[in-house]
Design a protein around this ligand. Structure first.
Ligand code: ADP
Ligand SMILES: O=C(O)[C@@H](O)C(=O)COP(=O)(O)O
Length: 416
């Protein structure tokens, strides 16, 4: 294993796996920290954790455990993957985990770059944009768990860290790798260890990839990985056969606990022509729905049945005010996890899950050892094989075209 990755959620980890596979690295996603060694042909390993929205101390402990395992597999470089919308709170977990990993690796010049231009996430003058809106006006300010109310990454990150935060501006990156590297060294000289890097197009990420060659620790969204495989390829270290995918026929079902704008539009379109069943927070908290019954309903449907709790921000806020944010999230995630298990036990072979926390709960319940990354469904979302007869699509909240659910069902079925 050459590149060791620690993902702070499961959809995000599959997004990273997608980028690395497309760029030619043989990549496997692990469900939590494995307790056995990786297979010898794995070139990039992504340890997926559900550590984005847990207490910072727990996120640090889990991430350091993942780091130990990855180093034991021989990794030369570590990538800490978080969300392209920098999902975090003033308490963490991006800053505390990045600093803990940097301490453990004695790393300096740690890039912080969540940019993912293919999905509209760009960084300019240290500010994160989603499309043509600042992060804090993009809908992410209403996220149920990590409302993003400040688009200045330097300021937001500084609230989470012990050390100061530097900046690698676009002007230095547009001058090419030498200019970017010189500026990175300058920021390091000023004592900044975590350095927010601007990036507005893939070419900028490729420059960052070049200056990241040899750095022990990099952090960012999946975009920051774009240029990394080339560094290993240039040294003749890649075998050149990143994926051998086969599709999976059989029963399909979709689950959605994401309340993000894109998912709500996908749910709205999907339910026009497919069986769909809403699960409200009220019903879950009252114990009025259960996983076995939901799964039975889905298994009896034709088409691509969808079970969803996706709701508008005011509905979500009202439920959180009434029951408590963590309580609602915990009960919903547990319900989706149990429903996923019942669906697979009932014969579902293609499962689609929307939402990072939701997918984390679902995959932890299904507990595959490792997941093979297959072809891309939409930018940032790959098809994945999780067992002999089970394939999955884990969709990040804001990713995917409006017809994502039907597109995913088809892509999971088709051979490469
Ligand atoms: N109707 C709802 N009311 C309150 N919270 C909800 C509702 N539906 C989902 N949630 C919670 O909101 C969170 C959504 O996060 P996640 O699954 O990561 O989606 P995304 O990828 O869009 O961020 C989950 O913890 C989920 O359980
Ligand atoms: O970087 C991204 O945007 C995604 O890979 C990701 O992490 C999204 O997280 P969720 O929206 O919580 O699924």
């Amino acid at each position: 294993m050459l590149l060791g990755c620690i993902g702070d959620d499961f959809t995000g980890s599959s997004d990273l796996g997608n980028t690395l596979t497309k760029s030619g690295m043989r990549t496997v996603q692990y469900v939590g920290v494995p307790d056995i060694p990786a297979l010898p042909d794995v070139e990039a390993g992504v340890v997926a954790l559900k550590s984005r929205s847990i207490p910072a101390r727990d996120a640090i402990d889990l991430s350091l455990k993942a780091l130990d395992w990855l180093l034991a597999q021989g990794c030369e470089q570590i990538l800490f993957k978080y969300c392209s919308t920098f999902d975090s709170t003033p308490a963490g977990n991006i800053g505390p985990v990045a600093e803990a990993l940097a301490d453990a690796l004695s790393a300096r010049k740690v890039l912080v770059c969540p940019a993912f231009p293919a999905t509209g996430r760009t960084i300019y003058q240290g500010h994160l944009f989603v499309g043509d809106r600042l992060l804090s006006e993009s809908g992410m300010e209403n996220h149920p768990l990590t409302p993003m109310t400040d688009p200045d990454l330097r300021r937001w990150l500084a609230r989470q860290t012990k050390g100061t935060v530097g900046h690698l501006p676009a002007s230095a990156i547009w001058g090419g790798a030498d200019s970017a590297d010189a500026r990175l060294t300058e920021e390091d000289g000023k004592g900044h260890r975590l350095i927010v890097a601007d990036a507005v197009r893939d070419d900028d990420l490729l420059v960052l990839g070049r200056i990241a060659d040899g750095l022990p620790l990099i952090t960012g969204g999946s975009g920051i990985a774009l240029g990394l495989p080339e560094n290993f390829r240039a040294r003749g270290l890649l075998a050149g056969n990143a994926s051998d995918w086969r599709g999976q026929t059989g029963k399909v079902a979709a689950l959605s606990g994401s309340c993000s704008n894109a998912t709500r539009a996908q749910v709205a379109l999907h339910r026009e022509t497919n069986p769909a069943r809403e699960v409200t927070a009220e019903a879950v908290m009252a114990g009025a729905v259960n996983a076995a019954e939901l799964a039975d309903w889905a298994l009896a449907q034709d088409g691509i049945p969808l079970i969803y709790s996706s709701a508008d921000p005011d509905v979500v806020r009202a439920a959180q005010d009434k029951f408590g944010t963590d309580a609602v999230a915990g009960r919903l995630e547990a319900l989706f996890a149990d429903t996923a298990s019942a669906l697979v036990a009932g014969g579902v072979t293609r499962l689609i899950s929307a939402g990072g926390e939701t997918s984390g709960a679902v995959v932890e319940a299904l507990a595959p050892d490792a997941m093979q990354i297959g072809p891309e469904i939409d930018p940032g979302v790959p098809a994945m094989r999780a067992g002999e007869n089970l394939v999955l699509a884990l969709k990040s909240g804001n990713f995917g075209a409006e017809d994502f659910f039907s597109k995913a069902a088809w892509r999971l079925e088709a051979d490469a």
